[in-house]
Design a protein around this ligand. Structure first.
Ligand code: CA
Length: 224
């Protein structure tokens, strides 16, 4: 998860950055409203922590401009008792706000809520993986070849997903087993060969393409 922190008070920014990194988030800092907006518009972030009082462009204006094209979750960092900021912030499209000074645990909790809420609304861009005319839509759990839908079992879908997600990377049978069957699956790795055969009969043979390639002695790969 990538978090963009737009906060001009360096001490607060550094403290928050450290705590977030400790929790496993990647953090990019910006001390300036205008630069912060540009970064936010890049679309590289899963969540934005946005201070209200900022040089060059205040946080509310950053938020308003950001909302014209982005639904990324935003949590405002407001000064104590700045009631107007909170109201205007929520009106401008903030997901939440937190009043400074705050306990880091509260911020972490609000981040988790905002990320979860956003993940559940389905407003994220659809994730479609593609190779050789085959598309896999992650949200709709749908596979098509040359625009025609293909019916796959769960395991077949998971295998195709693992290969497409790691396009151009040769995947060992063991690795594919972990991804498709789970780490605690105790079966033989040749079950992967069986699923590859099923996929080939449903896709390669039917549509006369060569999607899944065998890398002798190693495993399988889907190439561009
Ligand atoms: Ca500030």
């Amino acid at each position: 998860m990538n978090i963009l922190l737009i906060e001009d008070e360096e001490k607060i920014a550094r403290f928050v950055e450290l705590e977030l990194k400790h929790e496993g988030y990647s953090v990019t800092k910006s001390y300036d409203g205008r630069e912060g907006l540009e970064l936010a518009l890049s679309g590289c972030y899963d969540l934005i922590l946005l201070d209200v009082m900022l040089p060059h462009l205040n946080g509310l204006e950053v938020l308003r401009r950001l909302r014209r094209s982005s639904e990324v979750p935003v949590i405002l960092l407001t000064a104590r008792d700045a009631v107007m900021d909170k109201v205007s912030g929520l009106d401008a499209g903030a997901d939440d706000y937190i009043t400074k000074p705050f306990a880091i645990e509260e911020l972490l909790a609000r981040i988790r809520v905002a990320l979860k809420k956003r993940a559940g609304t389905g407003t994220q861009p659809t994730h479609e993986l593609e190779a050789a005319g085959v598309t896999l839509n992650e949200e709709r759990h749908e596979v098509k070849c040359q625009e025609k839908p293909i019916e796959l079992t769960n395991r077949e879908f998971e295998l195709l997903h693992a290969l497409l997600k790691n396009k151009n990377i040769v995947m060992s049978r063991e690795k594919l087993m972990d991804l498709v069957c789970g780490y605690d699956f105790a079966g033989e790795t040749n079950v992967i060969d069986v699923y590859v055969r099923y996929l080939r009969s449903k896709i390669d043979d039917k549509f006369h393409i060569r999607l899944i390639q065998t890398v002798r002695g190693v495993g399988y790969v889907i190439r561009d």
